[in-house]
Write a protein that binds this ligand. Sequence first.
Ligand SMILES: [Zn+2]
Length: 324
Amino acid sequence: MLAGTAAAAAAVASPRLIVAPARAAAPPAGRQAPGFYRYKVGSYEITVVTDGARSFPLPDTFVTNVKKDEVNAALEAAYLPRDTMTLVFNPIVVNTGSKLVAIDTGYGAAEAKPNTTHGQYQQNLAAAGIDAKAIDAVIISHYHPDHVNGLLGADDKPAFPNAEILVPAAEHKFWMDDGEMSRATPGRMQGLFKDNRRVMSGEILKRTATYEWGKEIAPGITSVSTPGHTVGHTSYVIASGSARLFVFSDVTNRPELFVRNPGWHAFFDQIPDMAETTRRKVLDMLIADKMLVQTFHAPFPALGHMEKDGQGYRFVQAPWSPAV
Ligand SMILES: [Zn+2]
């Protein structure tokens, strides 16, 4: 039958026989399109503006309570390379119709160097047609450099010159407390204090206001208490009409590791047991409510749903849509 079909097709048209592949005339482009993605939550338009990704050799203690072999096995199971960790960064901008609100900022333009693949937020924001000057408010989920450093531009001036900066009260209190800073362990924690004091100063600090948990902090955007990753770590529910979106922030880092294995403790979880309790609670809530979730550290655009899978959970990316 197949032979008959082929013969019939050949009878209709005899295509030219290709004896050698055509030579490519165009050189490879070697770079990606700008990373932004839009979708709607009710009447609100959300734009995911990626800050890019950063890869480094997998540290022995990346997950503090399991062996590196297990982490590598989880990477392999997700078709990711062994011995390499790639972190991705997905801040969002919410257009409520009356306000433009950014949630988190990425590493910022100071990190955008020719050989880096992160610090791309500002260029992607511009490519998305959003003027940083038009942002009314920047909401910060927690004080880690991939979330706050982008408050500053490459020139160390405010990257969102007309925005009010809204930060979690508990988070701000902790990092600005001299006693806490004096008790910080050398290395990473001391470095974080130093970085946060650098960013949260001058013009940025003048424009900063603190918010509590469980409050509507911008139109339709409610802060949700999700501590553990840091003391004041915050997530959000964005509501418009009957539509709801959960903004996950860093309840987990890469879902292939920490949604899959909610009992795993990432080395950057400041209060590991509390982070795990929060993680399980949030994942169970998202599954029970079948709620759409925007994560920060899943592969771009990091939008989807959580579901139960064996002992752990699974992040299911939402399908790409050509229409907003
Ligand atoms: Zn983060």
